[in-house]
Design a binder for this molecule. Structure first.
Ligand code: ADP
Ligand code: ZN
Ligand code: ZN
Length: 753
């Protein structure tokens, strides 16, 4: 006998396991792992869809108690089944329960109030209308007469108008319904969160470089849509285009191509703050076919957007990584803008990577994936270099010129007696811009902010001798490496130059704002950070105020750097460019290069010339040198050499296992069990290439009284890491220690724990 283990659409049930079914003889030839099936479920044998994850000839249950599969669906377009398959993929690749993966992918349906829209419709025609009106006149039924006179012309009216504007009472409506003169039609009204006023027609014509890129991708779209046998080079395209090169216009052209083929598109953006400006550009072209989905919408609004997408009311969905799960019935294109951004990686379980998941969706739906960035992630560029992705370049700017970039050595400033957080150069340029009524953006690189310790005299940073990452200061007076656990007492004097100006450092946005007000008392300053943007619409308020010229200077964290387009900004200051360099993880240089290049891209987008001032203690660091030159290729070669040497992603694969518990002795026991099993697997399977790093305390070793430890695994083959994860997941399920210890997996972690 043949059995199938089936994951069913249980997004509203509480069970998290596959269910065993008997495969009837007639279906044995057509069923396989990955088939979508219809099965009986529950006491009433309600028929629902499911997804086969395993075919076997053994059953754990008594056969007489098992039910038979009804049918195997050949229709791969069933949206729900597609999403169940996706949840299963995410669970397998990233580690999670099936239920949690389903909840990530399929929005929860409970407790959502629908808005009902009621319409009053005329139910009689021809002579009947005149007769009825005559009879109303005779009866002096003035209210009924009034409504009928209106309906005679327009045939139907929204109920709200009938009751509010025509003052018709519910009683009147009821009697007219009983007479059969009218009927009430109600339908669910889906809220539309996009609220853009009238706009000019879209009139942009692609320049020749943009045209070439768009046409080449469209050629792939043609091949993929016609069901030809294609490889990933046709499915995945990376557009490396400098800031302001017009990537968005290319996206718009591609989406038009997809829509002309009867397909829909998903556009991922890295930051909610970018929603307004992105939507504005897309609605100019696609009008009311555009919708958004993000966490600032209410649960009901979010649910409604998915319903609108299912019904085909919407063709373009814009949002953060979760927009990937839009249930379009005929998806044709996925665009990930600013694909290098860390926000495309989920930081809660399942810790999925939107780019990888998008690639999977592209394969299962027959869509094309387009990644765009001025500073592509090393991961994507590496794949493009290896011929896995197609690579396209945009090298020119339609509007404005690249800014002049000045690198200021902060050590020199200190020697010249400048203790302010603004270099002399930056002060001079700020004064000049204020004079000319042009705008300024000041950006503090806050990632990796506090914690690392550096010398203000020579700029050297305390680093781990084994790992090439900076050490983090702990309250117990020690510096600790979060990769290998190495620790050392915090020195009083700089080990390099003997200076006593050695300290952890950090400058907050508020401090910058205060410093500006002291130096330039008349300047109007806006601040954008976690504090000022937490409420709904907070981002938009600040950005549109700045865009309207209500302020001269915008001070902010990295959220002001991403993608914004302010033509009047002619000066960008990066106050402490180094900060992200010392974040203790292998992506520190990549992140620094990206942030600085993106920041530089904000200046001079209008007709006026722009300047960028980068303040740093490391003017010779390659990520700073190459970002000054806006030289991505050179940065890439230097950085990839380092990754090769250290066997970091994308050259090798890496998984972080985070183990947490309130009880330190349970935590230690759990860590020991896991490490023991990993070492066993390494030996048994002769995995000489498996590197085990740690266990060590996590970067933040305790959060809310929960203690955290971390183990890193590295291997060239991601499948080996997935197998280890599967093995550990089984162990975790079986061993009681893990009832009070939480374990989560993070494949290709973006930072460290
Ligand atoms: P990117 O996304 O690459 O940073 P954008 O798409 O935002 O660049 O383009 C920068 C500016 O140039 C935008 O104001 C855009 O409308 C304009 N632009 C881009 N391509 C063209 C074009 N072919 N014709 C006219 N304006 C263009
Ligand atoms: Zn020093
Ligand atoms: Zn170390």
């Amino acid at each position: 006998m043949m059995f199938a283990n089936v994951i069913i659409d249980i997004s509203h049930e509480k069970l998290d396991r596959p269910f065993g079914y008997i495969v009837p003889k007639r279906l044995e030839d057509v069923i396989s792992v990955g088939s979508f099936v219809r099965v009986p479920f529950g006491v009433g044998n309600r028929e629902i869809s499911g997804f086969v994850i395993e075919i076997t000839d053994k059953s754990d249950y008594p056969v007489e108690k098992m039910k038979e599969i009804y049918s195997v669906s050949r229709d791969k377009e069933i949206v729900t089944s597609r999403l169940i398959e996706l949840a299963h993929f995410i669970k397998t690749e990233y580690g999670s329960t099936m239920n949690r993966a389903l909840k990530t992918v399929i929005p929860v349906k409970d407790k959502i109030k629908h808005v009902e829209r009621k319409t009053i419709v005329l139910n009689i025609e021809g002579d009947e209308i005149g007769d009825t009106m005559a009879s109303y006149r005779k009866k002096r039924a003035n209210a009924r007469l009034r409504l009928l006179e209106e309906l005679k012309e327009v045939k139907m009216l929204p109920k709200s108008i009938v009751t509010d504007k025509l003052n018709i009472t519910p009683g009147t409506l009821k009697s007219m319904m009983e007479e059969g003169v009218i009927r009430v039609v109600s339908e669910t009204e889906y809220r539309n969160p996009v609220n853009i006023e009238e706009q000019e027609e879209y009139d942009i014509v692609l320049n020749s470089q943009q045209r070439q890129v768009a046409d080449s991708i469209k050629e792939s779209m043609g091949a993929v849509y016609s069901g030809e046998d294609v490889d990933t080079k046709d499915r995945v395209h990376l557009i490396h285009g400098i800031t302001g090169s017009g990537k968005t216009e290319v996206y718009i052209d591609l989406i038009e191509g997809a829509i002309n083929n009867g397909k829909q598109a998903i556009v991922l953006i890295p930051e909610i703050a970018l929603t307004y400006q992105t939507v504005k550009r897309f609605t100019r072209k696609f009008k009311d076919k555009v919708s958004i989905i993000n966490s600032k919408l209410s649960k009901g609004e979010r649910y409604d957007q998915f319903e609108r997408a299912k019904k085909g009311e919407v063709s373009v969905m814009i949002g953060p990584r979760s927009a990937l799960f839009t249930p379009f019935s005929n998806l044709g294109l996925i665009i990930i803008d600013e694909e290098h951004e860390g926000s495309y990686k989920s930081d809660s379980v399942p810790k999925y990577n939107a780019r990888e998941v998008a690639e999977h969706i592209a394969i299962t739906t027959g869509s094309v994936l387009v990644l765009g960035s001025a500073t592509p992630s090393l991961d994507s560029y590496y794949k493009a270099m290896n011929g896995e992705y197609s690579l396209h370049k945009l090298t020119g700017r339609e509007k404005g010129n690249l800014a002049d970039v000045h690198v200021v050595d902060l050590r020199d400033e200190l020697h010249q007696g400048n203790k302010s957080i603004f270099s002399f150069k930056l002060q001079k340029l700020i004064a000049e811009r204020l004079e000319r009524k042009e705008q300024i953006m000041l950006f503090i690189n806050r990632r990796g902010y506090a914690g690392f310790v550096s010398c203000r005299e020579c700029g050297s940073v305390m680093k781990c001798p084994h790992c090439d990452v900076s050490l983090k200061a702990h309250n117990n007076g020690k510096l600790i490496c979060h990769y290998c656990g190495y620790e050392v007492k915090t020195p009083r004097l700089c080990p390099k130059c003997g200076s006593k100006y050695i300290a952890g450092f950090g400058t907050g946005t508020q401090k910058v704002e205060m410093a500006i007000k002291k130096l330039f008392p008349t300047a109007r300053v806006l601040r954008m950070d976690m504090d000022t943007t937490s409420k709904k619409g907070g981002h938009e308020e600040i950005l549109s105020a700045f865009s309207n010229g209500d302020a001269d200077i915008l001070v902010g964290t990295q959220m002001i750097v991403k993608g914004h387009d302010f033509p009047n900004v002619t000066l960008v200051g990066v106050l402490a460019a180094d900060m992200s360099l010392y974040a203790s993880d292998y992506r520190a240089s990549e992140r620094t290069f990206q942030l600085l290049t993106q920041a530089a891209g904000r200046a001079g987008r209008g007709s006026k010339k722009g300047d960028v001032v980068i303040q740093t203690y490391n003017p010779d660091n390659y990520s700073i040198v190459y970002s000054k030159e806006q030289n991505y290729e050179s940065f890439y070669s230097e950085e990839i050499a380092y990754r090769k040497l250290m066997l970091y992603p994308p050259v090798a694969h890496m998984t972080a296992i985070l183990i947490t518990s309130k009880d330190t002795s349970l935590l230690n026991e759990a860590v020991e069990i896991l490490c023991g099993r990993i070492k066993c697997l390494k030996n048994e399977q002769n995995e000489k290439m498996l590197a085990i790093i740690g266990p060590a305390d996590a970067g933040i070793a305790r959060i809310n009284d929960v203690y955290r430890k971390v183990i890193y695994l590295k291997h060239f083959d991601n499948n080996v890491l997935i197998q280890i994860k599967d093995n550990l997941e089984k162990l975790i399920e079986a061993d009681r220690v893990f009832e009070n210890v939480n374990v989560s997996f993070d494949f290709t972690p973006q930072g460290n724990y």
